[in-house]
Write a protein that binds this ligand. Structure first.
Ligand code: 0L1
Ligand code: MG
Length: 262
């Protein structure tokens, strides 16, 4: 690590304030060009610690930048990982107050819920499927705190991978006998289809994103506890939204979930 504890705390406070006040900022690597990956995840962890100190509970984990198209665009070969606290959760069919966000976008995802803990290293798609209770449709609302969504990878990791809201719903589906690679999705905005895809867009199989998260946490001596909800990553590019928009995600065999921006 290159940053001291005080700097990590200051950057965490700055990024969280940007989130809470819906104001954007320049990317933090502009002022800290030498920060490393450990610094970036330490800032992210410090933001979570601030929220937990105020009594907020962890609601789930996420993998981001999991589609080959988005990874290529960013010039990276590994996803990034983050978390959602309880205040990020929107009820199925519920509302998002758009004025609380800077420039929200929505991503169609497959959410996993575990029946058994997962730990790395050595976690793979098979381990994940054996530990999965069910999967269901999830829409992630991302809202980078960086001006015009312009960032580099370390800055976006520190900013908790742009996480801001999410909804899950529909019909939970057991994974036994299912091929999540060929599960089709359609995301609609205001009743019109705006994104289409299939599970294979996420690293060839969305369970791979969960395995990579388990291995990432394993390298830090942590695991994914049983019962954890995990967003496996956007199947398509993110779609911009504004107040007045309704978004519905339909996933083959899992029904649909939706939210509205007010
Ligand atoms: O969940 C995601 O894939 C977002 C990762 C961070 C990059 C972005 O904000 O697009
Ligand atoms: Mg996402």
């Amino acid at each position: 690590m290159t940053l001291d504890k005080a700097t990590i705390e200051t950057l965490a406070e700055h990024l969280e304030n940007c989130q809470l006040q819906a104001k954007d900022t320049t990317k933090i690597t502009d002022d800290h060009p030498d920060m490393d990956w450990a610094d970036a995840y330490a800032i992210q962890a410090a933001i979570l610690a601030r929220k937990q100190a105020r009594g907020l509970r962890l609601a789930g984990l996420k993998a981001g930048l999991t589609s080959f198209a988005k990874m290529k665009q960013m010039g990276v070969s590994s996803p990034v990982f983050g978390w959602m606290t309880e205040d990020y959760a929107v009820p199925h069919g519920g509302e998002v107050t758009t004025s609380e966000l800077i420039h929200p976008k929505v991503e169609p995802e497959i959410a996993f819920v575990l029946k058994r803990a997962l730990s790395g290293p050595g976690c793979h798609m098979g381990t994940v499927l054996a530990a999965t209770d069910f999967v269901l449709p999830g829409i992630e609302v991302i809202d980078s705190r960086y001006r015009d969504f312009k960032f580099d990878l370390k800055s976006v990791i520190a900013d908790n991978t742009s996480a801001s809201r999410f909804v899950v719903g529909g019909q939970p589906m057991k994974v036994d006998g299912q091929d999540l690679r060929t599960v089709g999705i359609v995301m609609e905005k205001n009743g019109l289809p705006v994104a289409f895809g299939a599970g294979a867009a996420v690293l060839g199989h969305p369970a791979t994103a969960i395995a990579m998260l388990a291995n990432h946490l394993g390298a830090r001596g942590e695991e994914i506890p049983a019962g954890t909800l995990i967003l496996s990553g956007g199947i398509t590019e993110a779609v911009s939204v504004a107040a007045g928009d309704s978004v519905t995600l339909k996933v083959q065999g899992m029904g649909s979930t939706s939210l509205r921006f007010v």
